[in-house]
Design a protein around this ligand. Structure first.
Ligand code: BES
Ligand code: MN
Ligand code: ZN
Length: 498
């Protein structure tokens, strides 16, 4: 995709489509105002006749508007004047592009970047715009047979800017947005692929392929024998019943010499049956998404390594299948983690923490400046925060604040959650150093506290993304979250934000 910025008038641009916006009560956005004037109140007339809606999420596609050079004009509803935020902005861009999917549009000019959007400068406006375009264009049809519809041939996206001084920021935002959108699409693909395709080995091969074209990027994969030598008894207890062998995938991007890296760890359970503590049948298919933490750190690695940032980034993906079998781990079994601590497996469905704890112990050798694990860890997190925000836990308030701020800027939202000794006490076992579950209350918190027992002395945070990683129902599919949040965090650490 190519990107440009322009200070030119919306009505003067010869392009396949111009995106403009209208607010409630007939208030026009900047691009709409220009087009309305040139077309002798064409837009106002259509608003009055009820043919253009200002409701957020609605878009009206107009063709051959009088006096306008563009072939099409997409008019997006922006809601109440003065209250447009980044969520509304992204939604307006995405629905506008979706309205064009059947057209042959190659180029669009987005004038919505001229609007006042809460907490957004020219950099983030362009980035949100490009990420929203990516969302709108994404589709997953690789598992469908038969002839596939040709995609919309979009190859150029322009952003309107108000002043010269905004050009460089807008262009940087578009460039970063493009890299992030590609990372998001990769994460969505990995999430959407079924578990009989997207196995631990498939994730490992994807990681190796990614590194083969990039001199600063390397991938290493540990097999079960190597993990056994390292003492990863906790991880191996999860994969015991599976025929698919477990893997530990390590990718290192070196953009800053010998600096200590940021390390991201992603839960890669390619299918979670629950194991011997078998899950109920309803919606069990959705447990193919239990590797969305892995997908998000791989997607983030794709984004960061293609931006060529001056930072060192390492990702670690423990990848396993959680299956019931004669040789599967039983409730009550006690296993020894790489840290030396022993764990009583009271529920084999609490498997995410069992693989993450060994990955977090392994991460110690990289002396991370920040260590963040990302996991579809608990159903309790979905109860607590729903599908809108991920849970942010940390053993360091500053790191928690830093992630919360990155989530806000990237519009990939999260919310800070508590930890503490009272919660950790719920993990007490009569037989081992700890149990792997903490009883009925605060399930997302006690899962975080379990991980906290393996991150002493490290600057660590945990994101429970069980709610945000995928959508259920008619829109079932991976969201690619939180690639945008993680990329924002790393961009900020790399000093690459304007
Ligand atoms: N992968 C699940 C968590 C999950 C459940 C994510 C539903 C999204 C939707 C995880 O491995 C799991 O099964 N967690 C258990 C933990 C319990 C046994 C303490 C859960 O949340 O029920
Ligand atoms: Mn589980
Ligand atoms: Zn799971």
């Amino acid at each position: 995709m190519k990107y440009f910025t322009t200070m030119g008038k919306a009505s003067r641009r010869a392009t396949d489509c111009v995106i403009i916006g209208v607010y409630n009560r007939g208030k026009l956005g900047a691009g709409a105002s220009d087009i309305d004037t040139v077309s002798k109140r064409y837009i106002q007339d259509l608003i009055k006749s009820g043919d253009i809606s200002s409701t957020p999420g609605r878009v009206t596609l107009l063709n051959k508007v009088p006096g306008v050079k563009a072939r099409r004009v997409a008019v997006a509803g922006l809601g109440k004047a003065g209250s447009l935020d980044a969520i509304g902005f992204k939604k307006a861009v995405a629905v506008s592009v979706r309205s064009l999917l059947d057209s042959k549009s190659k180029q669009i000019l987005n004038t919505l970047t001229l609007e006042t959007v809460k907490d957004c400068g020219p950099y983030h406006l362009a980035r949100h715009s490009v990420e929203a375009v990516g969302d709108a264009l994404y589709r997953f049809d690789q598992m469908k047979s038969g002839r596939k519809k040709a995609p919309m041939p979009l190859n150029t996206v322009g952003h309107s800017i108000a002043k010269r001084g905004d050009a460089a920021k807008s262009e940087l935002g578009a460039k970063h947005g493009d890299a992030i959108a590609n990372g998001v699409a990769l994460a969505k693909d990995l999430g959407n692929l079924p578990a009989n395709v997207c196995t631990p080995d498939y994730l490992a091969k994807t990681a190796k392929k990614m590194a083969s074209g990039n001199g600063k990027l390397t991938t290493r994969v540990l097999n079960e024998a190597e993990m056994k030598k390292l003492g990863m008894g906790s991880l191996l207890s999860v994969t015991a019943g599976a025929i698919e062998p477990g893997k530990m995938i390590i990718m290192q991007y070196k953009g800053a010499g010998s600096d200590k890296p940021v390390v991201l760890v992603g839960k890669g359970v390619t299918f979670d049956t629950g194991g011997i503590s078998l899950k109920p049948g309803a919606s069990m298919d959705e447990m193919k998404f239990d590797m969305c933490g892995a997908a998000s750190v791989i997607g983030t690695m794709s984004a960061i390594s293609s931006m060529k940032l001056n930072i060192n980034l390492t990702i670690i993906v423990p990848a396993v299948e959680n299956m019931p079998a004669g040789d599967a781990t039983r409730p009550g079994d006690i296993v020894k983690s790489m840290s030396g601590q022993t764990i009583e497996v009271l529920n084999t469905d609490a498997e995410g923490r069992m693989i993450l704890c060994d990955a977090l112990t392994y991460a110690r050798r990289f002396k991370p400046t920040a260590l963040i694990d990302v996991a579809t860890l608990t159903g309790a997190c979905v109860v607590a925060l729903g599908k809108h925000r991920c849970a942010i836990y940390s053993n360091n308030d500053n790191l928690q604040d830093e992630i919360f701020a990155a989530a806000k800027r990237s519009e990939d939202l999260g919310w800070p959650m508590p930890m503490g000794d009272q919660y950790t006490a719920q993990l007490k076992s009569n037989f081992a150093d700890m149990a792997n579950i903490g009883g009925p209350g605060g399930g997302s918190v006690t899962a975080a506290c379990f991980l906290g027992k393996f991150t002493d002395g490290m600057n660590w945070a945990h994101l429970d993304i069980a709610g945000v990683a995928w959508k259920s129902g008619g829109q079932k599919g991976s969201t690619g979250r939180p690639v945008s949040l993680l990329s924002e965090f790393v961009l900020s650490r790399a000093g690459a934000l304007p």
